[in-house]
Design a protein around this ligand. Sequence first.
Ligand code: GLY
Ligand code: MN
Ligand code: MN
Length: 448
Amino acid sequence: MKLTQAEYQQRRDHLAAEMGANSIAIIATSPEVMRNNDADYKFRADSSFYYLTGFAEPEAVAVIETSADGEDYTYSLFCRERNREMEIWTGYRAGIDGAVDDYDADEAYAIDLLDEEIIEKLLGKEKLFYRMGAKPEFDTRVNTWLKKTEQMHQRKGVTVPARVIQLNRILDEMRLFKSEAEIEMMQIASDISAKAHTRAMQTVHPGMMEYALEAELNYIFGQNGCVPSYNSIVGGGENGCILHYVENNKVLKDGDLVLIDAACEYDCYASDITRTFPINGKFSPEQKALYNVILDAQIAAIDVVRVGQSYKEPHNVAVKIMVQGLLDLGIMQGNLDEIIESERYRQFYMHGTGHWLGLDVHDVGDYKIDEEWRNYEVGMVVTVEPGLYIAPDDENVESRWRGIGIRIEDDVLVTEHGPRVLTKNVVKTVAEIEELMANSQAQNLIKN
Ligand code: GLY
Ligand code: MN
Ligand code: MN
């Protein structure tokens, strides 16, 4: 499935309307990044550029110019020209004709002409919308253009942009609210990611390497034409306590849990899932007790992802349940309110409970308005990901709890009927996980 060109056009219409008359917006895609000599990282378009254009090739810049009365606008796409020889080396290019015919550009130019043509486009405009600070090399070019046009203004009196406005003020707010079609894309990404986690539960066994389990996830992503939306975390035992553990190069041990934070993107729309489960298929009493505290917290936190609730409410709900759980299990001592007030719980829960999700895994959009947490509205997608991490060397905690790291993460869409969990297709209760794993272990025994 792909978004329609009409949807991209609606977004440009919306942006142009917000820009107002006599304005210009410049949006560049990401630069290509070298991994090591002659080997690039696989190219991934800039999310905001892709959001407006659907154009996935490198070396491209979109320009939106609104008319003097603000009633109309022109969309120009600067891109690589078709070139038979280069295409043999680096693949198909839409070229100038493709930019117009397939991507609905009003005007298309060779990317090599950008420095020349952009000056023409800047002349006569009053405002420039550009995301300054995100791409240092491109910022330098924009500054050069502004310097040049400013000189023309001083010498010849022509109108040039006197104001540069952060483009993300408009675009990020647009991206925060997902359309029906975007939700479908995110549902597909979530379903594939859920399948990958299910396969991980079905294939894990003591003695397996963390990277081999990561390969099981990648198999499902790859079979569906997807790539991970961020570096996969596959942490066995105490590695689950390292929040951004990505080495994934240790042995998975009998009796330990494994924490997997991994998901894919589908046509650039991300999913973000964490599951934690026993490597041998059966939770120990301590693992189960702690797991259920986090699961209760997560389910309660998801339930407050509702229109009108504060962005922060899932965090508040999750913290309260987890602190009470830590007190009940004897892992913490003291008074519930005092622990929350002083944030002493951060010894075991040191990250937030979620973030916006969309074209970026940590998606754009303001979390606060006028310094207050904003409220949930229909069409927002947020992750809900509480966890507890008992450091392996924490001598203030009984040894039986040490080295247990658990997080449970789902992706939640705000609807007018309440929270919709996009990632519900991968099990998360102790009973469901143990049953799934027992069934697959039995199947593996039959096969062997
Ligand atoms: N996978 C990144 C995160 O959960 O924020
Ligand atoms: Mn997340
Ligand atoms: Mn995650």
